[in-house]
Design a protein around this ligand. Structure first.
Ligand SMILES: [Zn+2]
Length: 148
C-alpha cells in the first residue's frame, strides 16, 4: 500500500534541515555511502530526491525518469535543486557536463586503468585517456591488481 503524497511529504519535511546559505534542504534520515538520502515508500526504498520529485508532481514513482541534484549538497532534497530527466541519456549528459563532479569509476574502468599501467602507460596518459585526475590514477594503481 502506497501512502499518500501528503503523508510522504510531511514525513520528509519533518526530517529536513534547511541550510540558509545554500537554500538546500538537507535530508536527515537514512544516508547511503555517497551521502544521498533514502526513504521507504510502502515497502520500497527510494532515493529521497525521486520521492520529492514525485510528491511535488514532477514524475511518477514508478516511471523511467531520472532525478539529479543541481547543487553540491549530497543529501539535498529541495525540489528547486532537483532536475528531472526523462531518460538515461539526458541524465548522463547532465552528469558529464559539470567538470567539478567526481567521475564515476566503475570496476571495469579500474581494471582498464591497471592494464594500461602494466602495459607501460604513464599515470598522466591514463588520467588523460580516462578523464580522471592524476591522483585518482595513482590511487587505483597502488592497489595491486589480482593476478589471474
Ligand atoms: Zn540543494
Amino acid at each position: 500500500m502506497i501512502p499518500s503524497k501528503e503523508t510522504v511529504r510531511n514525513r520528509i519535511l519533518s526530517r529536513v534541515e534547511r541550510d540558509k546559505d545554500t537554500g538546500c534542504w538537507v535530508y536527515c534520515g537514512f544516508w547511503d555511502k555517497f551521502g544521498s538520502g533514502h526513504i521507504k515508500v510502502g515497502e520500497i526504498k527510494f532515493c529521497v530526491r525521486k520521492v520529492v520529485a514525485w510528491v511535488y508532481g514532477r514524475c511518477e514513482l514508478w516511471d523511467e525518469t531520472y532525478v539529479a541534484r543541481t547543487c553540491r549538497t549530497p543529501a539535498c532534497c529541495n525540489p528547486r535543486h532537483i532536475a528531472v530527466f526523462d531518460g538515461l541519456s539526458s541524465f548522463m549528459s547532465h552528469h558529464q557536463r559539470g567538470a567539478k563532479r567526481k567521475p564515476y569509476i566503475t570496476k571495469g574502468r579500474v581494471l582498464c586503468a591497471r592494464l594500461l599501467i602494466r602495459e607501460g602507460w604513464t599515470y598522466q596518459q591514463v588520467a588523460d585517456e580516462m578523464g580522471v585526475s592524476l591522483n585518482t590514477v595513482w590511487r587505483l594503481a597502488k592497489k595491486k591488481p589480482r593476478v589471474t
